[in-house]
Design a protein around this ligand. Structure first.
Ligand SMILES: [Zn+2]
Length: 167
């Protein structure tokens, strides 16, 4: 910080780390006229503990997720709760005859730390699996699986590849 001598107008530069802690005022001697300058320390620091807590609170939480079709770039926003993916479903994917009308299920739950996303091959909500399968990392999953999805995970529904994106 800079301090101006009230007697001769000389400007003194004072390193912030040399300022006394927990004080509102300090004194410095002018290096030209030797006048003792009393000045106010700007923004006297808050106790350290409180500041750290505030910083933690501002950490952004992931609240949303979407699926992006790799081939077309088409985006599908996922909602909280059950999202059925299929040709004629909550999330409809066109142009792939290997996708069942109700193909697979992605469930989104909001947690205190963000969102939780799971996928299973349970689009029809019956005992029948999808005809052509749902794949996670190139492995076919069953309706009994509850695979936890992370951002940038790749899934395949029928023959359509999708990327999971948290945002
Ligand atoms: Zn001076």
């Amino acid at each position: 910080m800079k301090v101006k001598c009230s007697k001769c107008g000389n400007i003194l530069t004072i390193a912030e780390n040399k300022l006394p802690k927990n004080k509102k005022k300090a004194m410095v001697k002018c290096n030209k006229c030797k006048h003792s300058i009393v000045f106010i320390i700007p923004n006297a620091k808050e106790p350290e503990g409180e500041k750290t807590e505030l910083e933690n609170d501002t950490t952004p939480k992931i609240q949303n997720a979407k699926l992006v079709e790799i081939k077309t770039g088409k985006e599908h926003i996922l909602k909280t709760g059950k999202n059925i993916i299929g040709r004629k479903a909550d999330i409809s994917i066109d142009g792939d005859r290997y996708i069942s009308r109700l193909h697979c299920l992605i469930e989104m739950k909001k947690q205190t730390w963000g969102i939780e996303l799971t996928i299973s091959d349970d689009g029809s909500q019956t005992d029948k699996p999808s005809t052509n399968g749902t794949f996670y990392k190139d492995k076919r999953i069953s309706k009994f699986d509850m695979i936890v999805l992370k951002s940038d995970d790749k899934i395949k529904v029928g023959r359509t590849e999708l990327i999971v994106k948290f945002y």
